[in-house]
Ligand binder design. Structure first.
Ligand SMILES: [Zn+2]
Length: 324
C-alpha cells in the first residue's frame, strides 16, 4: 500500500520523529506531483498528530482519521471547492477547543487550486495561530501558492516513486502485470497518474496495436496500410509515441545485450521480430528520432503526418545503421 511505502521514506520518518519530540508546526505544505502521495502523507501526519502512539495505524483514532470521520479533523477542498466562507468557518473552528483531543486539524486538499482570496483568509490563522490548531495542505506545486502563504508553512517536498514501486502498487490493486508496467513507465513516478493510465479504457488494446504495427511494418510499402487504419488520431498519437518509445527502448536493450530490466512484459518474441534487421545503433537512432517527433505535436501537425514520419524514421534508422 502507498501508506506503507510512504512510512519507509526518510521524508516521513524524519517528520514523525519531530512530531514525536513535540516539535509541531502550525501549518504544513506537502508538495509533490503525485496527488496520491501528498494526500496519503497528509492523512498519515494527521494520524501522527492525534494518535496517542503517534500514528500506530491500527487504533480507533488512526482508523477514524483514515476514514475521514475524526471529529477534530476538518476536511476542505476535496470534493467541493473551498470558498471564502469555508475559510471563515475554518478560522472560527480553529479558535474552538477540540472534541476528542487538544488539537484541531484542518486538511486542505488540492491547495494549488485555492484562490488568492481564500489563501489571504487562511493567512490570518497562519499569522496568529490559535493553540492546538494545525493546518495541513497538499499541493502539486508549491509555486501555485502565494509567497506570503509559503513563508508561513513548513514545506515538505515529496519524492516521486521508482517505476518498480509504482508497478508493485498497481499490481496490489489488481492491475495486470503488463498494463501495470506500461502505466508505471508512462507515469514517470506519479502513482496517481499511473492509476489513471491503468484504468483508462483501451490502454491495453492500444498497446497491442502499436506492437502489431511495429512487428508488421517491415518496409516503406507497409506504411500506408497502418497510416489509414484509423489509429493515428490526435487523441491517440501522444500515447502511440509513448508506447513506441517504450518498445524501441526494449529492442535496444535486447540488441545491446544490456543487463537492464525491460519495461515491456512477456513480449520478447515480438521484440525479437521488431528488432530483426536492427543493429543496436539503429535501434538507438530510431528511439532518438521518435523522441524528436514530440515537438511536431506541439505545433499542431496532423497525427497522420506524425505517424507517417514515425514509421518512416524507424525504417530508415534500421536500414541506414545496418552493419555492412
Ligand atoms: Zn493510532
Amino acid at each position: 500500500m502507498i501508506t506503507e511505502r510512504l512510512r519507509k521514506e526518510a521524508v516521513f520518518s524524519e517528520l514523525a520523529r519531530e512530531i514525536g519530540a513535540g516539535r509541531v508546526s502550525n501549518a504544513y505544505l506537502f508538495a509533490g506531483e503525485d496527488k496520491a502521495t501528498g494526500e496519503a502523507m497528509m492523512t498519515e501526519v494527521s494520524a501522527a498528530l492525534l494518535c496517542p502512539e503517534r500514528g500506530c495505524g491500527v487504533c480507533r483514532v488512526c482508523k477514524a482519521v483514515f476514514a475521514g470521520s475524526h471529529p477534530d479533523v476538518h476536511i476542505f477542498n476535496r470534493t467541493k471547492k473551498m470558498s471564502v466562507s469555508d475559510a471563515e468557518s475554518l478560522i472560527s473552528e480553529a479558535q474552538k477547543s477540540g472534541w476528542q483531543s487538544q488539537r484541531r486539524l484542518f486538511e486542505i486538499f488540492n491547495a494549488e487550486k485555492l484562490t488568492p482570496e481564500v489563501q489571504n483568509k487562511l493567512l490570518k490563522v497562519m499569522e496568529e495561530p490559535p493553540a492546538g490548531a494545525v493546518i495541513l495542505m497538499c499541493a502539486a506545486h508549491e509555486s501555485a501558492l502565494l509567497a506570503t502563504v509559503r513563508s508561513r508553512v513548513k514545506l515538505i517536498r515529496l519524492p516521486l516513486w521508482k517505476t518498480g514501486d509504482v508497478v508493485d502498487e498497481l499490481k496490489e490493486r489488481g492491475v495486470p502485470d503488463g498494463v501495470a508496467r506500461v502505466a508505471a513507465k508512462l507515469s514517470g513516478g506519479s502513482f496517481s497518474l499511473a492509476l489513471d493510465y491503468a484504468e483508462e479504457e483501451g490502454l491495453e488494446e492500444e498497446y497491442a496495436e502499436v506492437f502489431s504495427m511495429l512487428t508488421g511494418c517491415k518496409n516503406s510499402r507497409d506504411i500506408a496500410s497502418y497510416l489509414y487504419s484509423g489509429m493515428f488520431t490526435s487523441a491517440k498519437i501522444g500515447r502511440i509515441l509513448d508506447f513506441t518509445e517504450i518498445i524501441l527502448r526494449d529492442v535496444l536493450i535486447m540488441k545491446a545485450g544490456a543487463d537492464v530490466e525491460k519495461y515491456t512484459y512477456n513480449r520478447d518474441y515480438d521484440l525479437g521480430k521488431i528488432g530483426d534487421g536492427f543493429t543496436a545503433g539503429g535501434a538507438a537512432m530510431a528511439l532518438l528520432r521518435v523522441n524528436a517527433l514530440r515537438s511536431m505535436l506541439e505545433v499542431n501537425i496532423s497525427a497522420e503526418t506524425v505517424g507517417e514520419k514515425m514509421l518512416f524514421d524507424i525504417l530508415e534508422a534500421k536500414y541506414k545503421w545496418r552493419q555492412s
